[in-house]
Design a protein around this ligand. Structure first.
Ligand SMILES: *Cc1c(COP(=O)(O)O)cnc(C)c1O
Length: 414
């Protein structure tokens, strides 16, 4: 019929054969532990207990944020009407940027912040704008796809360094005489949950006259005494830091920000194409985010962080007791809400998720190319809104799924 369609169909058939075909479930209700979902290939919604959202503090369906969103829409309407440089930059965007700059200024002297529609765009913006032709980007091996794509978009040369290998990075930096060096890393590895050695990365940046770009997508709101993220948790402070935080995960809304020295941020406003050539996010989003920041830094945020920590401890202790003794499934070390249960091959990961599905529990199976081949896993994501009983139910179900003779491989609907 058409060579393009033939090619697309044969590539998708290959995905099917490797159990790598992705499909989407439809959420019928708000993001919460108990959520009505119409699973792919079915037509009836089912209420499932979910462990796959990034809503770590349980704010995504918080009534105060929905109210702030509605108030923002009443104040500013629904659409921003344009890009930030033309006319879409509202008072709500500006207030949010000032608030985030104040949040980050203990860690980044003379900080300013810049709000983006998504974290993906923020990462493209930072790396493409700062990574000019005279720059070298030193990119952590497990970095998020948005950082990898940002590095691709940059004119800079890109050097990958091995996962958390500070000696290798030290040597690579020493061997480089480029005038601009950018070290780029996730703060919390999104498929693994452990925290990057950010203090060591910063020491290397200082020693080698480099800059450190940290993507705190999974730390912002969760880490640190008042939720300001990895820099607060580790007590770091430097002018060489460029921090990207996302606002659609723990903050429960949408968007992202970059915080950095004011000259860096002012430059991004002039030169970052993913900032300039797009319609500003609805001002109501920024207005809702102001309410989210108030929750995060207040008593409620503190309580939610404590509750999340308790669930993490409960899950780890509980799972250790039900994992098979042969080591064929194991829980990777992680102090964060992201708890990967390593299963190895794709088919096994799919079978275990199918068994959990049958028990009314949703956990994401993460397969290549998102993670390296042979490291398929269940990515269990916890939230402060999970109850103790929710986590107990998950532990029990995982124990059953791993103990039972495995069911026939789940065939994913086309
Ligand atoms: C989710 C994520 C992003 C992208 O953020 P969005 O706001 O969802 O576009 C960037 N980096 C990491 C590490 C992430 O996990």
């Amino acid at each position: 019929m058409s060579r393009l369609l033939d090619r697309l169909q044969s590539e998708m058939a290959a995905l099917d054969a490797q159990q790598l075909r992705r499909s989407r479930h439809i959420a019928e209700t708000a993001c919460a532990p108990e959520q009505a979902l119409t699973l792919a290939g079915t037509s009836q919604p089912r209420t499932m207990l979910g462990f796959s959202s990034n809503d770590y503090l349980g704010l995504a369906a918080h009534p105060a944020l929905a109210a702030a969103w509605a108030e923002g829409a009443a104040l500013y309407g629904t659409g921003s009407g344009g890009s930030h440089l033309i006319q879409g930059h509202s008072r709500a965007h500006s207030q949010l940027e000032e608030r985030l700059a104040a949040w980050m200024s203990p860690f980044i002297p003379e900080a300013r912040s810049l709000f983006f529609c998504t974290g993906y765009m923020a990462n493209l913006a930072v790396l493409s704008a700062l990574g000019g032709a005279d720059a070298v980007i030193f990119s952590e091996a497990l970095n998020h796809a948005s950082l990898i794509d940002g590095a691709r978009l940059a004119k800079a040369r890109v050097v990958r360094y091995a996962h958390c290998d500070m000696a290798a990075l030290d040597a690579q930096l020493a061997a480089c005489d480029a005038p601009v060096k950018l070290i780029v890393s996730d703060a919390v590895f999104s498929m693994d949950g452990h925290i990057a050695p950010v203090a060591d990365l910063l020491a290397l940046a200082e020693r080698h006259d480099a800059w450190l770009v940290i993507d705190d997508a999974h730390g912002f709101g969760v880490l640190g005494a008042t939720g300001r993220g990895v820099l607060q948790a580790l007590g770091l402070r430097s002018q060489r830091l460029v921090l990207v935080g996302t606002l659609g995960k723990a903050a429960g809304v949408a968007g992202a920000f970059v915080a950095a020295h004011r000259t860096v941020v002012d430059y991004l406003v002039q030169r970052a194409r993913p900032y300039i050539f797009t319609t500003a996010a609805p001002p109501a989003v920024a207005h809702a985010l102001l309410a989210s920041l108030t929750l995060i830094e207040g008593e409620e945020g503190a309580q939610r962080r404590l509750r999340l920590q308790a669930r993490i401890a409960q899950l780890r202790l509980g799972l250790q007791a039900v994992l098979p003794a042969d080591g064929s499934a194991w829980l990777a070390p992680s102090p964060t809400a992201i708890q990967p249960l390593m299963l190895g091959d794709n088919a096994r990961a799919m079978r275990v998720t199918a068994q959990l599905d049958a028990l009314g529990i949703r956990v994401g199976a993460i397969r290549p190319p998102t993670v390296p081949a042979g490291t398929a896993r269940l990515r269990i994501a916890l939230s402060a809104s999970h109850s103790e009983a929710d986590v107990a139910r998950l532990v029990d179900a995982v124990g059953q799924a791993l103990a039972q003779p495995l069911m026939k491989p789940a065939k994913e609907p086309a």
